[in-house]
Design a protein around this ligand. Sequence first.
Ligand SMILES: [Zn+2]
Length: 321
Amino acid sequence: MTTTSAPAAPASAIPQPNPRDEAQSLDTKDRGQKKPEKNVHIPKPKFRLHAEDLRHPGSTAFLVYIPNVASTLDTALSNIVRYLYTAPEYESTEAGSAPKSKRPFFCPSIPPTRSVTLFLRDFSGVAYTTGTELDDDHKEIHLSLPYIKHCKESSSKADPVDELAGVLTHELVHCYQHTSPPDSEKSGKDIPNPPGGLIEGIADFVRLKAGLSPPHWKRPTSSAEREKEWDAGYQHTAYFLAWIEDVWVGRGAIGMLNDRLFRVGYVSGEKGDSDEVGFWESLFGAGVAELWGEYGQWLDGCDERNRKAEGNWEEEIVNPV
Ligand SMILES: [Zn+2]
């Protein structure tokens, strides 16, 4: 989302893992995307649409741009499963060539979200996601009618269909991402929530990987062009996470991070203490400040390479070879 979106649902809204969710194999549900690994299942929650004001020009525009809401949300869900809930498989030859600690490995556990209701409402801002008061297995995405109208009338280069699909993908990630172990509050464990910028960055990481980054997103071309902090959120953190996935570690890295938030929380994997450095070190072999520094150095090197006209890094990030 843009900076006007509301924060992700609180940790208490994160549902319990449940393997019994209604699921369907991607093998029979491939929507023209690259095929994910075998045995990957995508959930089939109930999707509902609640239009509050059909006379609003935003409502009319939405139904023109997104005529099949279920299909758009199913595509978004496929991307969420692909980029957050698919552990890479390794060939036996691959296993022998890479150090084990560098290879992402996790056992995906998709939250048992049972329904997602999309509200088209008249409010300022862009969109936000929340659980319902009664049951956190049911999620609500609220999308601003004035914003939809703005997408239609904007003179920017953004394609309204891609923009709306991108916003919905971002919000649907909030319905399906982990932030902390589901029982941490009840059990009285003092597990801190991850920075909001990381949660928003993961949502935009999926949007970026889905090929729905809007024209105003700009990957920094040098360390000086970066935001000052790694957890600035949204696309700033998303490009950093994409670098971790595509350059530093490999496919499945951010899925592993999401999984660690669910199983351990934003604490050190080894000691169980609230050590942010330990969380990142146990995942990727370096603290987040060190990773941020490495990212900056890599950007500077990339800038050098770009000046020599050797390819397009952003293209590689979206469509890694
Ligand atoms: Zn968000």
